[in-house]
Design a protein around this ligand. Structure first.
Ligand SMILES: C[S@@+](CC[C@H](N)C(=O)[O-])C[C@H]1O[C@@H](n2cnc3c(N)ncnc32)[C@H](O)[C@@H]1O
Length: 458
């Protein structure tokens, strides 16, 4: 049952449309997924691709089975169809600097990365530590090479990246009215003053996010809620307080409706925003707006940091030493056919490849780039993330698994093979890279991450 206050509110706002809107909550929800253009032959998945989402490149209606190789190998990402349009509006170019400020679990980050084709910088940030780890898992599964994953508050990020990003996505935490069908708990949580509370937090987030957009750059703001307080009124607040930002038109596909100036301060510019209502479109519902910062906007000068006294400059702890570089290079030479681009960065005994030289000191870093692997005393152990970022042909040794071997592998078991020798093997199943194993005299030792092990579907 929809909350009483919710029904009253939308009866008033939607008038004659309200019954159709309420009725949509009785219908089954719409599921969707995107295929991953970063992988070789991305359409070779065991899923029905006959129903594309008209407004979302790589998007389809349908459900994904999380126990199948298409999911495990990062060939598909489950995403509710209306949510897909957010990153499709942002559509960053390869080479751009992009920030996804509220990024977990990664639906929009993985979509942004699809556009970027591994070029440029994608900073994916999530404030909640647990959710940031899930974000990292999804980024790795998708095989993204140019992402830096942070676990920061917007207030801590803004002074570090003033006017830095070409594109910023703020998929704001919201009252989640568009989640009512998927998650009945969202209904129980709802109270008439909840949207206003969420709006306060959204203004705090936007205050920081806007500082990080470069002159001429864009910010996409989105919520999965219908409440004007969090949607048009948020954008009205931005336009009134930040005159260097203007709303830009967004293409409206059939079923999408214009933002409602009459639900805010009447500013006609608000009609540039887009609403996806569940009674008009096959999706759960979303609001999205595209802001652009004037190319001529003046950027406040930030004070340069005090330099450490001569001789006291701490050595950047993240630069690998010669021995560590040598271990990686030996692994690369003996095992890979490709060269990976970026800066080598070391955190403890973990080696990463960073897409851009960034000063990440005093930031909570989940991944400073692509995780390459672990530096052991005399050897290098490649990571699962590296395997999923590689094409099978990028490795010197690869091994195609049978269905039984694949099941054993994702379950965490060792298995036998007729191959001989002692070296790393990049494992594939149905021509999809699924992880590394170590071949030792006919046995493949299992390196599938413990926390991800599962029973594969038959
Ligand atoms: C709508 S969800 C993001 C969904 C994500 N963009 C996706 O597509 O998978 C909003 C996220 O904002 C995070 N969040 C909550 N409070 C926040 C705050 N004060 N500042 C920034 N992010 C916050 C939540 O933890 C949540 O992961």
């Amino acid at each position: 049952m929809l909350p009483e206050g919710f029904v009253k509110k939308y009866q008033q706002l939607l008038g004659a449309e309200a019954p159709a809107f309420f009725e949509s909550f009785q219908q089954p929800r719409h599921k969707g997924f995107r295929i991953n253009p970063l992988k070789p032959n991305p359409t070779e998945v065991a899923l029905d691709l006959s129903r594309p989402v008209p407004y979302a490149k790589w998007g389809y209606y349908g459900a994904v089975n999380g126990r199948q190789v298409d999911h495990q190998a990062g060939y598909v990402y489950s995403q509710e169809p209306s949510a897909m349009y957010v990153a499709a509006i942002a559509a960053p170019q390869p080479g751009e600097r992009v920030l996804d400020l509220c990024a977990a679990p990664g639906g929009k980050t993985t979509y942004l990365a699809s556009f970027m084709q591994q070029q440029g910088l994608l900073v994916s940030n999530e404030i909640m530590p647990k959710r940031a780890r899930i974000l990292a898992e999804n980024v790795e599964r998708f095989g993204i090479q140019n992402a830096v994953i942070l676990n920061e508050s917007p207030a801590h990020l803004a002074p570090r990246f003033p006017a830095f990003f070409d594109t910023i996505l703020v998929d704001a935490p919201c009252s989640g009215e568009g989640m009512f069908r998927k998650d009945p708990a969202a209904q129980a949580y709802w109270t008439p003053d909840y949207p206003a509370k969420c709006a306060t937090r959204q203004r705090e987030i936007m205050t920081e996010a806007l500082k990080m957009v470069r002159p001429g750059g864009h910010l996409v703001y989105s919520t999965c809620t219908f409440s004007p307080e969090e949607d048009e009124q948020m954008m009205a607040w931005v336009l009134a307080n930040y005159p260097e930002f203007r709303l830009q038109p967004i293409k409206r596909y059939p079923g999408m409706t214009a933002g409602r100036p009459d639900w805010a301060d009447g500013n006609p510019e608000l009609a540039q925003a887009v609403r996806l209502f569940p009674h008009h479109i096959d999706g759960e519902g979303h609001f999205m707006a595209l802001l652009q910062r004037a190319a001529t906007a003046e950027v406040p000068v930030t004070k340069p940091k005090k330099k450490a006294k001569k001789g006291k400059q701490p050595r950047r702890k993240t630069l690998p030493d010669q021995d560590q570089v040598a271990l990686w290079q030996a692994f690369e030479k003996n095992n890979l056919n490709c060269t990976l681009n970026g800066d080598l960065v070391v955190f403890g005994d973990q080696l990463y490849l960073s897409p851009e030289t960034l000063d990440l000191t005093q930031l909570k870093v989940v991944r400073p780039g692509l995780h390459l692997g672990t530096l052991k005393r005399q050897r290098f152990e490649p990571s699962y993330a590296l395997a999923l970022a590689l094409k099978a042909t990028a490795a010197r040794h690869h091994l195609a698994l049978s269905a039984a071997d694949y099941r054993a592998y994702v379950h965490g078991d060792t298995f036998k093979t007729v191959e001989t020798g002692k070296h790393w093997v990049l494992l594939t199943y149905q021509a999809k890279t699924v992880g590394f194993g170590k071949l030792v005299n006919g046995t493949v030792k299992n390196f599938f991450p413990k926390g991800l092990r599962f029973e594969a579907a038959e």
